[in-house]
Design a protein around this ligand. Structure first.
Ligand SMILES: Cc1ncc(C[n+]2csc(CCOP(=O)(O)OP(=O)(O)O)c2C)c(N)n1
Ligand code: SF4
Ligand SMILES: [Mg+2]
Length: 304
């Protein structure tokens, strides 16, 4: 591990995203990931935020950020990042901003925006080779408005809009593959409960220029219905079961940074969350659990 990573992990700055008057839920996995990401990216960032839970972090004077923050509608954060990048470039050209003072445009958006409403603007920004980092914290639903289903909701999960006996009928979109198909400079999946893996990827992303995605699974006690103290355990299980593969795309190649072996059965992850409780009570739904297991097994069969 590089000295820069070790330094940033040892000297976590005094920017506590849980401080101030922000009304975030205890145990928020998205906040955990964003905290780690901000510690590594530092103050010279301009966050461009699509409406969602993390918008609550912007409320002056309680914001924990010591950097810029631009709030946009759910669909337009990448367009906002373009405007920020252009403005910084103009200031650089006019000599009003030195290279040391320059800042990074960082989109912070949830899955509702990233997998759905903002996807068109994202595709266009990558096509223009916009120099920006895109952080998606993926809590697998429209969390801020009460956890309606999104394009990231996993099969069988119950949400505010998929309340039936079998939960969500669809399957989670593969945003990693959608980004990689655009051939950007960097794409990575991370999770806050694996901070060293996250730090290595952030360090790599920060060293590059162009469109870069950091896609963080964000365990969400409120939307996924579990005790906040389980967030880190659920994050570990997402990786150990193989449900959340940790990987990166660089130079046209996909590499897995963690290959869980042996993989923990998916039910260990599912049974901790109320959104999957109908798979276990009042009767165990063996067929549905086996289907989810087969889906995950099918993914890893292609990898190893
Ligand atoms: C274009 C648009 N439609 C709807 C809304 C209302 N809205 C605000 S936050 C939100 C949920 C966003 O979900 P997601 O992107 O997953 O972020 P999360 O709330 O889960 O953090 C919605 C629907 C909006 N701000 N803009
Ligand atoms: S609803 Fe979920 S993502 Fe939103 S603040 Fe609460 S725990 Fe975090
Ligand atoms: Mg969400």
């Amino acid at each position: 591990m590089s000295e820069a990573i070790i330094r940033s992990l040892k000297d976590l700055p005094s920017t506590h995203l849980l401080g101030g008057g922000t009304a975030m839920c205890a145990g928020c996995g998205g906040l955990q990931a964003l905290h780690e990401i901000y510690d590594l990216l530092g103050r010279r960032t301009v966050f461009v935020n699509a409406a969602g839970c993390m918008t609550l972090l912007s409320v002056y004077p309680f914001t924990p950020f010591q950097s810029g923050f631009l709030y946009t509608s759910m669909s337009s954060a990448p367009a906002g990042a373009q405007g920020v990048r252009d403005a910084l470039d103009i200031l650089r050209q006019k000599g009003r901003l030195t290279a040391e003072e320059d800042m990074t445009a960082v989109v912070v958006a949830g899955d509702g925006a990233s997998y759905g409403m903002g996807l068109s603007a994202t595709s266009a920004a990558i096509e223009r080779n916009l120099d920006f980092v895109y952080v998606c914290y993926d809590n697998e639903g429209y969390g801020n408005t009460g956890q309606q289903a999104s394009g990231a909701t996993p099969h069988a999960a119950r949400t505010a809009t998929t309340t039936g006996a079998h939960g969500h009928a669809g399957y989670k979109k593969d945003l990693f593959a959608i980004w990689a198909a655009h051939r950007p400079v960097y794409v990575a999946t991370v999770i806050g409960s694996e901070p060293l893996d996250l730090a290595k990827k952030l360090e790599k992303a920060a060293s590059l220029k162009g469109p870069r995605l950091i896609l963080a699974l964000a365990p969400c006690p409120t939307g996924w219905d579990y005790d906040p103290k389980l967030s880190v355990e659920i994050g570990h299980l997402a990786v150990k079961t193989g449900i959340w593969p940790l990987k990166e795309y660089v130079d046209g190649q996909v590499a897995h940074t963690r290959i869980p072996h042996p993989r923990v059965p998916v039910e260990e992850y599912l049974k901790l969350q109320g959104r999957f409780a109908h798979l276990f009570e009042p009767q165990r739904d063996d067929a549905a659990i086996a289907e989810i297991q087969a889906y995950v097994d099918g993914y890893w069969k292609e990898v190893v």
